[in-house]
Design a protein around this ligand. Structure first.
Ligand SMILES: Nc1ncnc2c1ncn2[C@@H]1O[C@H](COP(=O)(O)OP(=O)(O)OP(=O)(O)O)[C@@H](O)[C@H]1O
Length: 309
């Protein structure tokens, strides 16, 4: 189990990035870290991996304390693997050789079997003999994940793991990777901007703002009951609507056009979204957004059902 107890970290004394962080993660559990750009997600992964020394607090993986570069000449814990945003692969050898680099040379058959298994997970079988320098950014990213998994770490740390991968590939890769990790009981921490990583694949979600953890719960609970606009905005457009001094946060799907209601609005813009339209309207001198199955002309007057009122 990973135990993060009261850790604080800053790149300098005056610039604290993480303040009093506390959380646990069990064997095989998946955690997502979300928050605006620059809030400290990558820094947290580096601290957990042991690449940076904390100013305060402790990190334990079961009975083993995670210590930073002050204690270890070669930083990074053996039972963890970390896939950074810049991959760090060997460009002049092939995809399968990159993966095999991390497997034992003394068991060639076992090593080959494992490499093939990992090539399947990252859907790169067709590229096994291609030199890494000839791969796209997204393909390199997938090889970096396979290489990290080669030695079956107990905890995998992924920084924006699908950031460079197109949507089509991303969905199938995510499904394969996360079910592989569950099957092998590998715990995982993913720093991400993509709500799907959290909503569909994580057991837990942590949100960071202003150096602090401001939410720590299941993704479903955080999505359904966001405490702040900042949190809701990680998942979708969000409306902060005030009526009679009561303010609520609503996602666009929580507002509907109806034939009759007391909530009058005027359409100001519309955006095609594929299976629906996102409509923009002026309501009570506020701009709000909601989903509708068809487009509606600008300046049309409509009635809205706003579920919280
Ligand atoms: N090596 C460093 N030295 C000094 N400051 C740094 C260093 N690396 C990051 N920072 C700063 O620490 C803060 C957190 O950065 P970090 O990269 O952890 O954010 P992030 O949430 O991962 O961002 P993004 O989502 O854009 O990747 C930022 O203000 C950043 O400028």
């Amino acid at each position: 189990m990973l135990k993060i107890q009261n850790i604080s970290f800053g790149y300098s004394k005056n610039k604290i990035v993480l303040e009093n962080f506390n959380f646990n993660l069990k064997e095989g559990e998946h955690l997502c870290i979300m928050g605006e750009s620059g809030c400290g997600k990558s820094t947290l992964l580096k601290v957990i991996y042991g690449l940076l020394d904390v100013q305060k607090g402790t990190i334990f993986w079961s009975e083993n304390q995670v210590l930073g570069p002050k204690e270890y000449l070669v930083p990074g814990m053996d039972f963890f693997k970390y896939v950074a945003q810049d991959f760090d692969l060997m460009p002049y050898i092939s995809v399968s050789e990159n993966i095999k680099k991390h497997l034992s040379r003394f068991y060639p058959e076992e090593s080959e079997k494992r490499t093939q298994e990992l090539l399947e997970v990252i859907e790169m079988k067709a590229f096994e003999n291609t030199k890494v320098k000839n791969l796209s950014g997204g393909q390199k990213q997938r090889v970096a994940i396979a290489r990290a998994l080669a030695k079956e770490p107990e905890l995998l740390l992924l920084d924006e793991p699908f950031g460079q991968i197109d949507n089509f590939k991303k969905n199938s890769l995510r499904r394969r990777l996360f079910s592989y990790l569950k099957e092998k009981k590998i715990a995982c921490i993913v720093a991400t901007h993509d709500k799907n990583d959290a909503l569909s694949f994580a057991d837990k979600l942590i949100v960071i703002q202003h150096q602090k953890i401001i939410a720590n719960d299941s993704p479903k609970e955080i999505y359904n009951n966001p405490k702040k606009k900042y949190i809701a905005a990680l998942f979708d457009d969000v409306n902060e609507i005030t009526i009679n001094e009561k303010t609520v946060l609503l996602y666009p799907h929580q507002i509907k056009i109806v034939e009759k209601s007391e909530n009058f609005a005027t359409i100001t813009n519309s955006y095609f979204k594929g299976s629906y339209w996102l409509l923009e309207a002026e309501f009570n001198q506020q701009i709000i957004y909601f989903n509708h199955f068809s487009n509606i002309q600008k300046n049309t007057k409509i009635n809205l059902e706003i579920s919280a009122f």
